[in-house]
Design a protein around this ligand. Structure first.
Ligand SMILES: *Cc1c(COP(=O)(O)O)cnc(C)c1O
Length: 357
């Protein structure tokens, strides 16, 4: 392991020690001679895992006491619907900031039980920027944003601060930088970008949103159902929750959000400086909105593509291909990606320039 520089956009790289410990748990969990995946989720040992995972989220993100933390299923894609159901108020209207494909999908889900209003969209420029200074209609029950646009490589740097409840899909940058949880009424994130394997979705929400929706909520989509049962209403995805807990332990041990944010900034600076310096490459997203998690860029000369791609293979750089809707390349630099991997990529970009000269 660690020989491959893994730039996969998600599922993605996790710390080596997490892979190791997580695999051990499949064969022999807590020296019980039983596998993690063959014991009851109500057993003392698994309940302790769920409790530690929730506690670590609270500790690492400094979640205030009037918030709850749950590990559910369905991915962020079900979160689109869950957010809408739980936040619909008397206007039965959600306001959406449409900054990418995921945001667009989130907006669509709201229309299944109420009105979905697009407050601003950057689709006119293939989502390469974050709209700002748009007006917020007072008749919306909540504002929904996507903190980081995984596909297009843009990231919200400053969040809305106002009276309207704020919901955020934080799938691809949660735990990557400091946030003020109290700015949000609801945060949700699929685990597989910065926290663990696919299969669990993290929800962080203000307890007082519960039970206030103006639409009837099916049991499994009602956050109240899960909050009342401490995230154990039905069988939780035990392995993804366990592996997420291990990643959170790793994050805490390595200095928490403060230190990882510095490291993530360092990685982003390395790649963006090279994209800007090297005449063969061009960044695709608006300078001030650039994502520290997913750097998107293209080659100016398509004829060099094969050469560059071969060089990437030779250096064991994997997963750099851009999303089909943007093309080019995308360097996803999630928490577990070492600075070293970015240095190797930057060297390859320099080498291509030298080759060409
Ligand atoms: C990956 C991603 C999703 C989709 O997550 P699923 O867990 O596959 O449903 C949604 N939003 C964002 C921002 C993502 O990066």
């Amino acid at each position: 392991m660690a020989k491959v520089h893994n730039y996969s956009a998600g599922p993605c790289i996790l710390p080596d020690e997490v892979f190791k410990e997580a695999s051990e748990s499949i064969l022999n969990f807590n020296n019980s001679d039983l596998s993690l995946i063959e014991i009851s989720h109500r057993s003392k040992d698994f309940v302790a895992v769920m409790e530690e995972a929730r506690a670590l989220v609270k500790e690492i993100l400094e979640v205030p006491d009037n918030y709850d933390v749950l590990f559910l299923q369905g991915g962020a894609s079900l979160g689109f619907l869950t957010a809408a159901y739980n936040l619909m108020g008397e206007n039965k209207t959600g306001g959406y900031l449409v900054t990418g494909s995921w945001a667009k999908k989130a907006a669509k889900e709201a229309s299944f039980m109420g009105n979905s209003i697009t407050l601003a969209s950057s689709e006119d420029k293939n989502f390469n920027y974050i709209p700002k200074n748009f007006s917020i209609n007072n008749n919306i029950d909540y504002l929904h944003v996507t903190s980081n646009n995984t596909i297009f490589g843009t990231q919200i740097k400053e969040f809305y601060k106002g009276d309207i409840p704020l919901a955020c899909d934080m799938s691809s940058d949660i735990f990557s930088r400091e946030i003020n949880v109290s700015d949000f009424d609801l945060i949700y994130a699929g685990a597989q970008k910065n926290m663990g394997p696919a299969g669990t979705t993290l929800y962080i929400f203000k307890k007082d949103i519960l039970g206030k929706s103006s639409v009837p909520i099916p049991t499994m989509l009602d956050l109240k159902t899960h909050a009342e049962k401490d995230s154990m209403f039905n069988t939780p995805p035990v392995f993804p929750v366990y592996a997420s807990m291990l990643t959170l332990r790793w994050l805490k041990k390595n200095g928490g959000i403060k230190d990882i944010e510095i490291k993530n900034q360092e990685k982003a600076n390395l790649i963006y400086n090279e994209i800007d310096r090297n005449s063969l490459f061009e960044g695709t997203s608006n300078f001030e909105d650039r994502s520290n998690m997913n750097a998107t860029f293209t080659l100016n000369n398509e004829k060099l593509k094969e050469t560059f791609d071969n060089m990437l293979v030779k250096e064991n750089i994997s997963g750099l291909k851009g999303h089909r809707s943007v093309g080019g390349y995308r360097a996803s630099m999630y928490n577990a990606l070492p600075v070293k991997s970015v240095q190797v990529l930057v060297e390859v970009m320099k080498e291509l320039e030298n080759k060409k000269a």
